[in-house]
Design a protein around this ligand. Structure first.
Ligand SMILES: [Zn+2]
Length: 208
């Protein structure tokens, strides 16, 4: 399993897509700095103009009342229409400019398979698209899409991060806005469960 920070010079890309939980942008910058990325760009797009997601649309309320076992049964309101497709397309553009070999994306399908754009089939299909739709692809050097966390459980992700000395205090997962994590949204529940399974404390601050 290849991990971006181990064997590669990393050009970090953050997409500020107009989410309500923009606190994650601050974390992205701190992490890019911590891991000494060769460059870090933030692209601003407003997916709120399309709406249709509790993460971007003021009219749609984020679900914070679910139990852990209910997560993954259906596509949740936090699904952002075509988000990973949009992110990968933007990353593909950056790859062509900096001459990168790979795109690393942190999608995860195992604990939670409710997002259609977090499935292995989606990434395989996008790989084909990249081969056909980019200069690098046509010239026979298509960029490889790596999703190293795709088949890991949340607990395995936490363990892998411990091994790689990820400063978890700088990370952000919560979908609710605010300076402290809510501890109740799906993202928080899965994160907390991962830490619980591994048996270590989550160093970020929670509301309760
Ligand atoms: Zn939360």
């Amino acid at each position: 399993m290849a991990i971006a920070s181990q064997d590669y010079e990393v050009h970090a890309l953050t997409i500020d897509y107009g989410s309500k939980h923009s606190r994650e942008l601050e974390s992205a910058s701190k992490l890019a700095e911590h891991f000494k990325a060769a460059s870090h760009r933030t692209i601003k797009i407003d997916l709120g103009i399309i709406g249709g997601s509790s993460l971007t649309d003021e009219k749609i309320i984020l679900d914070t009342g679910k139990k852990l076992e209910e997560i993954g049964k259906e596509i949740p309101s936090s699904y952002v229409p075509a988000r990973n497709m949009t992110f990968l397309s933007l990353a593909m553009g950056l790859v062509e400019v900096v001459g990168a070999e790979k795109i690393f994306i942190g999608a995860n399908a195992v604990d939670y398979s409710g997002y259609p754009d977090c499935r292995p089939e989606f990434f395989e299909a996008f790989q084909k698209t990249a081969e056909l739709g980019t200069k690098a692809g046509v010239e026979g050097k298509p960029v490889i899409i790596e999703s190293p966390l795709l088949r890991l459980t949340k607990a395995q992700i936490i363990s892998k991060g411990m091994e790689l000395k990820v400063p978890y205090e700088l990370t952000w997962t919560c979908y609710s806005g605010g300076d402290k994590a809510c501890g109740k949204c799906e993202a928080c529940l899965l994160r907390l469960e991962g830490f619980r399974e591994v048996g270590i404390n989550d160093p970020i601050r929670y509301k309760d």
